[in-house]
Structures are given as C-alpha cells and as structure tokens.
Ligand binder design. Structure first.
Ligand code: SAH
Length: 215
C-alpha cells in the first residue's frame, strides 16, 4: 500500500510514544511500527490515525487506542506457535497486530457490517486470520482449545465459556467492569480446574454485548 513519508513519520513517533509509556515487547512495537493504522479508518482522517487515541469506525464502535492494543498484546505474552482467539474484530487492527507477530489468529465479530469490512481491509494488507461472524460470548468451541484469548470489548463479567476454551497453561486477557471503566484482567489457566487472576489497571472499552447484528 502506497503511503506518504508524512504518515510513516507519524507512525514512528507513535511507536516512540508507546515506548515512553512503558511498552517493552519489541514484537508489539515492531508490529505497530509496520501496520498502516490509517488503512483501518476513513481515508479523510488519515492524519489522526497515528495519534494515541481511539477512533470511530462506524456502527457505534471504535478502533482501540494504540496504547491499549499494545498493553493487551504485551499481556498475552505470545509464543510463536500460539493459537489466539480475539473477541471483537472491529476494524481488524488488533487482528493485524497479532498476525504480524506471527501467531495463528481466530477473530469473532457480532456486527456483520464490521465483520465484512475488516475482512476487506486485512485482505488488502495481506493478513489472513480466520474470521467468524457470531457472538463472542460463545467463543469458538470447534477450534478450541486456544493458547490465548483476547477480549477487546468491556465485559460485565468474565465469560465462562471462554475460560473453558483455554488450553491448560493458557491465558485470557479481558477488560472486566461496568460501562464507566474496566479492569484489565489476566487469567491464567493453571490446571483443568484452577485459574489464577491478576489485574493490570483501568481502561475504557465499548461494551461486550450478547447476540449478533445482521445488517
Ligand atoms: N479489536 C478491535 C476493537 C473494536 S471495539 C479493533 O482493533 O478495531 C470492540 C468490538 O467488539 C466492536 O466491534 C464490537 O462490535 C465487538 N463486540 C462486542 N461484543 C461482542 C461479542 N459478544 N462478540 C463479538 N464481538 C463483540
């Protein structure tokens, strides 16, 4: 994809900013430094694409703030051979970051309009995650277990079915709380029945909703 030096420069600055804010995983910084975030938002707003803030992507949804994407991806502690399930494809940007790092990506979106648009965007950029249209509360049992699960919408409670689809030794990163703010929650599946939970600061996400939106 053709892009101006100006956008490349802004992207480099964004990565420097994320480093200053405490992101240390070089694979995450490299991926964000490479992926044209402006391809995920309306072309009229390219100049805003590299500011560290969320942005509207239509259908009442947002592309997460780059810092939030970086924190969540870093918390996943990815291994090269991981199978990763993302809940909330949205623009597809987070899925691109995961794909760029080289893991196997499965991503679910409940709004058909976004599900279709994200596929087009990612195909143009050469990323090929597995896309699903459906309710992320159900996970993807046919493809479980997953080594990592990443929820990119704020959940009122930890979705039980997702915990059950985690591999033993696996990890889920999920923002949990009411609509005002959510605690970035990490749960490690230590054994068949044992889970260990830690929290990593407050964030604000659009809500995780049940059911699907067909048009
Ligand atoms: N990862 C996205 C962030 C999008 S915002 C990105 O990089 O752009 C969160 C997304 O989660 C929205 O698109 C919303 O429609 C979706 N979502 C909310 N609840 C969901 C659910 N139960 N299942 C699947 N997707 C859901």
């Amino acid at each position: 994809m053709e892009e101006s030096f100006r956008l490349k420069g802004l992207r480099k600055k964004l990565v420097e900013g994320l480093r200053k804010k405490g992101i240390t995983d070089e694979r995450v910084l490299e991926a964000i430094g490479k992926i044209p975030r402006h391809a995920f938002i309306d072309s009229g707003f390219s100049n805003f694409a590299y500011e560290d803030r969320p942005f509207s992507i239509g259908a009442g949804q947002t592309i997460s703030q780059p810092y939030t994407v970086a924190v969540q991806t870093e918390l996943l502690q990815l291994d090269k051979w991981d199978k990763v399930l993302e809940i909330g494809t949205g623009s597809g940007y987070q899925a691109a970051v995961l794909a760029e790092i080289g893991v196997q990506v499965y991503t679910i979106e409940r709004q058909r309009e976004l599900y279709i648009k994200a596929q087009q965007t990612l195909r143009k950029l050469g990323y090929r995650p597995h896309f699903f249209f459906g309710d992320g509360y159900e996970g993807k049992p046919a493809f479980a277990p997953f080594n990592k699960i990443l929820v990119t919408a704020g959940a009122a409670h930890v979705p039980e079915k997702l915990l059950q689809q985690l591999a033993i030794g696996g990890r889920i990163v999920v923002p949990v709380g009411d609509t005002g703010k959510q605690a970035m929650t990490v749960i490690d599946r230590v054994s068949e029945t044992k889970f260990r939970t830690t929290q990593h600061g407050d964030f604000i996400f659009v809500p995780m909703l049940g059911g699907i939106v067909k048009d």
